[in-house]
Design a protein around this ligand. Structure first.
Ligand code: SF4
Length: 388
């Protein structure tokens, strides 16, 4: 289903026309068009630990990346899929989004728009500048007594990119090119989208794993939880599930559990999961962080045990799925389709080999053969911000 991206912006951050430089030292320059965040708004983002890249991308080092460099264990995506957090870069190709989710750590002044309104930066420019910014953030770990030298050395070789962070990365018009470039550089890709751009999902050629966020069981609650800009937000979500179900590569549906708000109607969540036909389902607690604290209360953040109980309720309606693993520090659990037979780790070298070969391949061709551990020796017990 192709839904038009209509022209209407409600951006709280104006787009200017002069080129500038972020405090991370990266020039606001791209390949065509002009535009940048107002200096004071860019400064706000940088004060929050972001490095702005070009006109519409941003990087922020994940707490789990730092954690693993300190030798204290990795994020839940290590537990579930084998990603090394110290070699992961967290970024977005679009700081703008078509929702104002109540649970988002972004403030309501963050840019929102239904359509792409600024120049389109070159994919390789974004990759090169993002990697520079990422490494610059981590420089302090070199020689630091708190860092594990082996883990730090490894971090210099980024092997994975989490395209999530903030905004809606899939709206970047050259998404396929940037993913291709990442893969060619030996960097695997996880892309998270909020289910408002089904056409972009249909047009997406290849990512290592694609995430769809489903934030509510019904139309009324989706409006309350996500505060979408699109009036046909529900139809877009359903069309996104249909687009997800057609993908040949790995897919995951993410449910963010907000106590007292969207932890209702498990049977309806199960219907959405079945419609999207996702390989994996992650049920993750809302984290009481950032600007979301202005909109929600600490009590809205469920305990890990409450996430577990809630996930089990949903799982009852999903006979094709089984419990895979959990990660208490991030308050997240994962279930997987039974046909994965608990082998959910990714064979990254194989993935890149397949990309290089140019041959047609699918999700089963880059599956590792060893069984996913229920917990790993790398997994930390100390909390960070929950992870992406
Ligand atoms: S939580 Fe996400 S961004 Fe952080 S290390 Fe894990 S995969 Fe990377």
């Amino acid at each position: 289903m192709a839904l038009p991206i209509v022209s209407e912006s409600d951006s709280g951050l104006a787009i200017g026309s002069t080129c500038g430089t972020t405090s991370a030292g990266h020039s606001y320059q791209g390949s065509e068009g002009e535009g940048q965040l107002k200096e004071k708004d860019a400064q706000t983002l940088e004060n929050q630990g972001y490095a702005l890249v070009g006109r519409h991308s941003a990087v922020k080092v994940c707490g789990w990346t730092k954690n693993m460099i300190r030798g204290k264990g990795g994020c839940y995506k290590l537990t579930f899929y084998g990603i090394m957090s110290n070699q992961c870069m967290q970024m977005t190709t679009s700081i703008s989004c078509a929702n104002r989710c109540t649970f988002c750590w972004r403030g309501y002044k963050a840019p929102v728009s239904k359509e792409w309104k600024w120049g389109v930066d070159d994919p390789q420019f974004i990759i090169d500048e993002s990697l520079k910014a990422h490494h610059k953030f981590l420089t302090g770990f070199g020689g630091s007594p708190t860092a594990n030298p082996f883990m730090y050395k490894k971090s210099l070789d980024v092997k994975h990119v989490a395209l999530s962070l903030t905004g809606e990365p899939i709206t970047y018009p050259r998404m396929n090119e940037i993913c291709d470039n990442f893969h060619r550089q030996g960097i695997s890709t996880f892309l998270v989208t909020n289910a408002q751009y089904p056409e972009a999902i249909e047009n997406l050629n290849l990512v290592t794993q694609l995430y769809l966020s489903i934030d509510a069981p019904n139309k009324e609650l989706l409006k309350e939880v996500d505060r979408p800009l699109f009036s046909d937000y529900w139809e877009r979500m359903i069309a996104s599930l249909d687009a997800l179900s057609k993908k040949k590569y790995r897919t995951c549906i993410r449910l963010t559990a907000i106590k007292g708000l969207n932890m209702v109607h498990p049977e309806l969540y199960a219907e959405h999961i079945l419609r999207g036909d996702a390989d994996f389902v992650e049920v993750k607690a809302y984290m009481f962080v950032g600007e979301s604290r202005q909109r929600l209360q600490m009590e809205n953040m469920p305990l890990h045990s409450e996430v577990v109980d809630w996930a089990k309720e949903i799982l009852q309606y999903l006979p094709e799925y089984e419990w895979l693993a959990e990660h208490e520090p991030s308050r997240v659990v994962c279930f997987a389709k039974k046909k994965w037979n608990r082998h959910t780790w990714i064979d990254f070298p194989k993935f890149h080999e397949l990309v290089e070969s140019g041959e047609d391949f699918d999700r089963w061709d880059y599956q590792r053969t060893d069984v996913t551990p229920e917990d790993t020796m790398y997994t930390a017990r100390n909390e960070t911000d929950g992870g992406c």
